[in-house]
Design a protein around this ligand. Structure first.
Ligand SMILES: Nc1ncnc2c1ncn2[C@@H]1O[C@H](COP(=O)(O)OP(=O)(O)OP(=O)(O)O)[C@@H](O)[C@H]1O
Length: 230
């Protein structure tokens, strides 16, 4: 049942036209993520990871099939309703933090909540709680440029879950960090996913990190298939 899934892609198809050629990226692809589940997306460059993340994140529409977020079908929604759904129900983390440089760490985590309609006081309390949880609460007044790469990514992760989304989509979230820092940031991300119950789909080339997730998937001829990491 779709209702119990944080994210469900049902028979999703996506093609691109490259000159005369039709490039099939997704072909009746199926994927379900339960709340609190962490899934690694491991695929070679060009296989369609970004396409899949964009479709799952409602940034792009599939040609065929349906994307359910929190049990709600997105296909028939107009642009405005899709944007609202994306803001409320989906969090994004990228390889580079994309924090707003002129705002403090706290303000960066407050902003999506205030855009969602929360008042300043409540947003500030929630942001501080999340930064404390990510063990950077003491740096909450600092601007991104005053933080290390690992700290910046922890702020970006806190920001992504600030609105208590159903789904967290991450594209190489520790790809810009050294291995030790990457491990620490991934530990914090894992703890947050488990504690919040958000479902996480995390694209990574790092097989050690992929092994630490619940399972791994890859893309093969347009299908989403399990990947054995052992
Ligand atoms: N708008 C587009 N028009 C035509 N072809 C596209 C378009 N976007 C992507 N492609 C092609 O679709 C394929 C999959 O692209 P995608 O960006 O999803 O791959 P990826 O797995 O994320 O790669 P990488 O890891 O290098 O970012 C690539 O061959 C790409 O050239």
């Amino acid at each position: 049942m779709a209702e119990n899934h944080a994210l469900r892609l049902a028979a999703v198809g996506k093609e691109y036209l490259q000159g005369e050629n039709r490039l099939t990226i997704l072909d009746a692809a199926e994927l379900t993520l339960a709340p609190g589940e962490m899934v690694a997306l491991v695929a070679p460059s060009g296989a369609g990871k970004s396409t899949l993340l964009h479709i799952a994140g409602l940034l792009d529409r599939p040609d065929t099939g349906e994307v359910y977020v929190g049990g709600v079908a997105s296909g028939t929604l107009g642009d405005e309703a899709r944007t609202a759904m994306r803001r409320q129900a989906i969090g994004f983390v990228y390889q580079f933090h994309h924090l707003l440089p002129e705002f403090s760490a706290l303000e960066n985590v407050m902003l999506p909540q205030m855009i969602g309609g929360l008042d300043r006081k409540a947003a500030s309390a929630r942001a501080q709680e999340l930064l404390d949880y990510m063990r950077i609460g003491a740096r909450s007044e600092h601007r991104p440029a005053e933080l290390s790469g690992g700290e910046q990514q922890r702020v970006a992760i806190a920001r992504a879950v600030a609105n208590s989304p159903h789904v967290l989509l991450a594209d190489e979230p520790t790809g810009n960090l050294d291995p030790t820092t990457s491990g620490y940031v991934f530990d914090a991300l894992t703890a947050l996913v488990r504690q919040s119950g958000v479902a996480a789909l995390i694209a990574t080339h790092n097989h050690d990190l992929a092994r630490r997730m619940d399972h791994a998937i890859t893309l093969e001829a347009g299908k989403i298939v399990p990947l054995d990491m052992s």
